[in-house]
Every structure is written in C-alpha cells, then in structure tokens.
Design a protein around this ligand. Structure first.
Ligand SMILES: Cc1ncc(COP(=O)(O)O)c(C=O)c1O
Length: 396
C-alpha cells in the first residue's frame, strides 16, 4: 500500500522535538498568546522575509482577516471586486465572499495551472481593488506582469500561500522600488523573495497535511505593513488590542501555544522536506511516459515546493481505479471548481472551460518528505502500465 501522504511518518521524523515542545507547553501552564507564539511568529516572519507574522486559527481565517482588516482600514469596501484564480480550493473564494467582496474569476494557464496573467487586465474594472494569487499545488503564481498590473491600477496584491511554504519567486522579483526587501525582527535584511512576501499580505495554512503542518488547525498572516498587522492582531482577538476594549466586532482566531511550539520545532526542517519532495517530482518527470497522461510544465524546484504532484488524464477516474488496484492511493484536487459548487449558485452560469477541464482531469500522485524512491518507482511503473484497452467501457 502506498499512502497518498504519510502524515504519521512525517511527524515521527521530528518526534523527539515535537514531544519536547508539547511537554514544555503542557508544563508551562500558559496555552494562548505566550512565548511559544511569539517565537514561532518571529521565526516564520524571518523565514518568509516579512516584518510580521500573525498567528491565527487556520488558513481560511488568515485570508478572511486580511480582507476584513483592509475593510476596517478603509482600503476595501463592500462590493469591491477582487480578481481570483477560477481554479483553487474554495477557501480562497470564501475569504472574499465572506467579506461581501465580489470575486472575479480568471482562468488559469493550462500549462502552469496558475492564474493566466494575460487575462487579468481585461478583467479589471473601476471597482477592482485587489488581486488574490494562489500558489496552488506549491507552484509560484506571481509574475512580474501581475506586479506591474498592481502598480498600474493601484491594486492590493494578496497571496494565498496555504500550499507553498518555502516556495520562491522567479528571478524577475524583487524589482527595484518594491516593498518586499524586508528587515526581519532580528534586524537582518532578507533578500530571498519567498512566496508570502511578494504582495501586501499573505495567508498561510498549517493544516496537518501542508508542507509545514501543525497537529491540528493553525494559520498565519505575513505582511510588512505595520498597520495591517496591528489590525489583524486585534481582529483575531475579538477586535481588541487592549483588554476589554473592543475597536472592532472581531473574531476569536488565534494560534495556540501547542501548535506554535510544534511548528517552531518543524520549521528548521522545512527546506530539507521540500528538497525531498523536489527529488520525488524529478523522478516522476523523468519516469512517467504514457501518452494518456499529461504533466504540468516543469519549473525550477525553487519556484515549486511540490505540495502536490498533479497529473492530468482524460480518463482520470479509470486511472485512479487502476492505481488503486496497484495499492496506490491518489486524491483529486479538486473534483468541483468553486463556481460550480452548490453554495455559489450565483456563479453557476459562468463558463470557465480551462478550469473545468483541470477539475475534470486532475489526479494528485503520492508525494511527501518521507516517501521512498522505491515507492516512487512503483507509482511510475503503475502509471506507465495504464492502457485504455483495460477499460472497455471508455467511449471516445
Ligand atoms: C489554497 C488553499 N487556501 C486556503 C486553505 C485554507 O486553509 P485551512 O484549511 O487551514 O483553513 C487551503 C487549505 O486547505 C488551501 O489549500
């Protein structure tokens, strides 16, 4: 049996450090808004290359808090339009609509799977205020053209970095005069342009299966903007920055000390874990050779931390069945695009053929920091053995 992702093995690999962290927090008697949170926020801000990391309950909340904070700060207003990729996990869109903002769906490029930069400008209207890019599958969605459009139309650039911890922008970034050259809380200048530091603010998820995963729900916002950071911190604490004084009608969305301590213990291993993922991806790119299977464009591992390894097949469900017969677990990311979900009936009329095609044909292969090369070769062999004649019900 080849698991899609062996989360147990991933955490066992850092078992002693995680157990030490848990024991330390348990014995401390302090479980929220303490030293562990401060330390993780400082470490993560430094890693991403931003002045601030603000822990919160999960990745959806991180994005919701960003949009809500911009509303409180007067930069966004109800009904403003936010350009979003049409192919994403629904949380990206929920964060927009939950704040009564209007998502404008833009098709992805079928090769990169990221928002198609050439289609963005025509989607901009006088009501457009922001672009949300999603580094989906662990691939960098930023392009210098997107940066230029944000400058030209004075738009906020918000990143959904839930799937891309450790990913970096292509060499065209940072450009002169941009706001991303940042000083870490430790006073060190950070030059690496990681995703999560490319725009005005970014939401991160530490859901257990993510590249940096907690032992439950957790998330954070990164930003260089001091006012935004203060507003988000208050919003996530019922709307209060001073005990029992409420500036906003806020939420309770905080990272707890246990999750912060576990994440701080795992963070130093993130680059090595991502490197292992890239090695597996390289084997898949070299080994998969089947005319029925299409692979997305191969990009430099710096710009892809391989949170997922998506492949595409017109007979996706048969392929999944075939791999299951070989004992290989796969998942679909995602079977139904946001605009076709029942909760978004108002967008059901949209025709987004590239998005729909991606959702109809995508299959994610096993990949993770503890997967062995032998298992990767087993997956490759099973994929290369897939033939349509084994599935006579297929009508072409
Ligand atoms: C692209 C994307 N955005 C947002 C989220 C939401 O994160 P969370 O599950 O922590 O709320 C996820 C996670 O599943 C995601 O994959």
């Amino acid at each position: 049996m080849i698991k899609f992702l062996d989360i147990q093995a991933m955490n066992e690999a850092h078992g002693t450090k995680i157990e030490e962290a848990i024991l330390r927090v348990t014995r401390s008697g302090w479980y929220l808004r303490g030293e562990e949170t401060r330390r993780f926020e400082a470490d993560y801000a430094h890693y991403i290359g931003c002045r601030h990391a603000i822990g919160c309950g999960n990745g959806l909340d991180a994005l919701r808090l960003i949009f809500r904070a911009y509303i409180e700060m007067g930069h966004l207003h109800e009904g403003d339009e936010v350009i979003v990729p049409a192919n994403t996990y629904i949380a990206s869109i929920l964060a927009v609509t939950d704040n009564r903002l209007t998502p404008i769906f833009v098709e992805p490029d079928a090769q990169t799977l990221q928002i198609d930069e050439t289609l963005i400008e025509q989607a901009i209207t006088p009501r457009t205020r922001a672009i949300l890019i999603v580094h989906l599958y662990g691939r960098c969605a930023y392009t210098s053209h997107i940066g230029d459009l944000c400058h030209k139309y004075n738009l906020l650039l918000i990143e959904d970095n839930a799937q891309a911890h450790g990913c970096s922008a292509p060499p065209t970034f940072p450009r002169k005069g941009d706001h991303t050259q940042s000083t870490s809380p430790q006073g060190e200048v950070v030059r690496r342009a990681r995703t999560g530091s490319l725009g005005h603010a970014a939401g991160h998820s530490f859901y257990p299966g993510k590249n940096l995963g907690a032992l439950g729900d957790a998330g954070c916002v990164t930003t260089d903007d001091d006012e935004l950071a203060t507003t988000i911190r208050a919003l996530g604490n019922y709307g209060s920055s001073e005990k029992y004084i409420f500036h906003y009608t806020g939420y309770n969305s905080r990272i707890d000390e246990l999750q912060a301590a576990v994440l701080a213990a795992k963070l130093p291993h993130l680059d090595a874990d991502n490197h292992h993922r890239a090695t597996i991806a390289e084997l898949y790119y070299r080994g998969i050779d089947n005319p029925l299977i299409h692979l997305p464009r191969h990009v430099d591992p710096e710009h892809n931390v391989y949170h997922l390894f998506p492949i595409f097949c017109d007979e996706r469900d048969h392929l999944q069945q075939h791999l299951k017969a070989y004992g290989i677990e796969t998942l679909i990311h995602y079977p139904i695009p946001p605009h076709q979900q029942e909760c978004y009936k108002e967008y059901a009329h949209l025709s987004l053929p590239i998005t729909e095609q991606i959702h109809r044909t995508e299959l994610s292969l096993p990949i993770g920091p503890t997967m062995s090369q032998t298992k990767v070769q087993e997956v490759i062999k099973a994929i290369n053995d897939f033939k349509l004649k084994d599935y006579p019900r297929i009508t072409k």
